[in-house]
Write a protein that binds this ligand. Structure first.
Ligand SMILES: [Zn+2]
Length: 487
């Protein structure tokens, strides 16, 4: 018998998920996102059967780029189960849609998510704060004083979350970050749903998070202990700032800590011409030799910038199998120089691509960065064939992941982590789309429609689903007013 209560129940269970989806899709919190209700609603929205509570994802009808140099495959599908890519193939072999959250991707290119190999995410607060200055003046007259005045746990959390929003929106699914109050940056990345290798900063002078530099190692060790194994997205690391801000003893202790804990060791190296005179230990004839003499260069080390290298330095870095991360826009803006990337690649080095912090770039869009990397290498080599677009794409994906110590991301392969992005390639500036070279020379981050990280739909149709971006922007406006007032 059908009574009023049954009719009410029918309407409630039929319409409520749809109404709630319409409301929630613009106001969904992380807790809501993970809830079965929310996912069930999304599942229904995309056409799966009612009651389907699975988190499997099916991307249908896409143009697929599995890795940087692979051929484009038209009319393909990709399935994702849990955090991993589970299968891919032509649409002729596409599985049925039952149990899947289905994404129709007929106008999309699906490619590996980009890896930002070097960032100081909390520095989004200082975007545009000190432009058009030399590296020395920028750092010592502006950035270090501003950091001393404004860096605190709240600032790091919200600034890193703003960076996460910008990175997700422009197709970055993984970032290697280095800063202070790293617990708060790691929490921001975890909350945002972005993969991150988070290095805790070490310098030999007092900073807000570690007023007494003699406490550096124990502070970083407790940070590592807190995050190791805590989140599938966050990998803790050690970030010794540079050979000129850390003594030889500090560098050796920091590297020992990284090795003992089994985490990655990051360091800025040979960023400026002056660095050669600034390093504290005179044993090394170059910053690279300095680190080599201290025994720091090995497979567990990532060197960032590596601009001022001679042939011996290049051979040393390649032989030691360190990861290299180049940051062409930051280096160009600060007139630091152009890293010898093609020479490093010729010697077999593993090279990644980073934006550096927002105060020296000032964008976190890796598509812009790829374009700059290719063109600066051609210019510095006086050779238009130098640094192909596919080599650049590799630096921003597979090679970039390995340069920061990750081997489970960087390509779309069954069994690899499902970190991938969907770009709208039916836009006027991307038509025709003959090859992935157009990604380097024509695309921008704003072409990214949807983002999946660790098997989770983090952005769909340009809407970030994991947190409230408007809330972050409002918090940042308040923090920026404090910075502007003090300037
Ligand atoms: Zn940096």
């Amino acid at each position: 018998m059908t009574g009023l209560a049954d009719i009410f129940t029918f309407i409630f269970y039929t319409l409520t998920p749809i109404i709630r989806l319409v409301i929630n899709i613009s106001h969904v919190s992380p807790d809501q996102y993970y809830s079965n209700d929310y996912y069930s609603n999304l599942t229904q929205f995309f056409g799966c059967g009612p009651g389907s509570m699975t988190k499997k994802i099916l991307i249908r009808g896409c143009t697929l780029l599995t890795e940087a140099a692979a051929p484009l495959r038209n009319d393909h599908f990709v399935t994702i189960e849990g955090p991993l890519v589970s299968s891919l193939g032509s649409m002729a072999q596409c599985p049925g849609t039952d149990d899947y959250l289905v994404i129709d991707a007929h106008s999309n290119l699906v490619m590996p998510g980009l890896v930002n190999g070097h960032n100081h995410s909390a520095m989004t607060l200082f975007r545009g704060f000190a432009d058009d200055l030399s590296l020395h003046s920028w750092l010592h007259d502006h950035i270090f004083p501003a950091e001393a005045a404004h860096v605190n746990p709240e600032m790091v959390y919200w600034s890193a979350k703003l960076a996460a929003a910008e990175m997700i929106s422009s197709g970055t699914t993984c970032v290697a970050d280095g800063y202070f109050y790293s617990n708060h940056a790691a929490q921001a990345f975890s909350d945002a749903g972005v993969r991150a290798v988070v290095g805790h900063g070490i310098v030999d002078f007092s900073v807000p998070s570690v007023p007494d530099p003699s406490k550096n190692i124990e502070t970083v060790e407790s940070f590592i202990d807190h995050w190791q194994g805590r989140s599938p997205l966050v990998t803790p690391a050690v970030f010794a700032h540079s050979p000129y801000t850390c003594s030889p003893a500090t560098l050796v202790e920091a590297k020992r800590l990284a090795d003992r804990k089994g985490v990655r060791f990051f360091i800025h190296l040979a960023e400026s011409e002056e660095e050669q005179q600034q390093i504290i230990d005179p044993r090394g004839s170059s910053p690279t030799n300095h680190l080599e003499a201290l025994g720091l260069l090995d497979r567990n080390c990532t060197c960032i910038h590596t601009i001022w290298l001679d042939n011996e330095d290049i051979a040393t870095l390649a032989a030691r199998r360190v990861g290299i991360v180049t940051c062409p826009q930051s280096n160009a803006k600060l007139a630091s120089g152009i890293a010898p990337v093609t020479a490093l690649l010729d010697q077999g080095a593993t090279v990644g691509l980073g934006t550096d912090g927002c105060a020296s770039n000032n964008s976190l869009d890796l598509f812009r960065e790829m374009d700059m990397l290719a063109k600066l290498q051609k210019l510095s080599n006086k050779d238009a064939t130098a640094m192909s677009a596919k080599e650049v794409l590799n630096c921003a994906t597979d090679s970039g992941a390995r340069a920061v110590g990750l081997d489970s991301i960087g390509s779309i392969t069954p069994g690899m982590a499902a970190d991938l992005i969907l770009l709208d390639i039916h836009r006027s500036h991307l038509v025709p789309f003959y090859s992935q070279d157009t990604l380097v020379y024509g695309a921008t981050g704003s072409d990214v429609d949807s983002v999946i990280i660790d098997g989770r739909l983090v952005m769909h149709d340009k809407k970030i689903l994991t947190f409230e971006v408007d809330e972050v922007i409002e918090k940042m406006k308040i923090l920026a007013e404090t910075v502007a007032r003090a300037a």
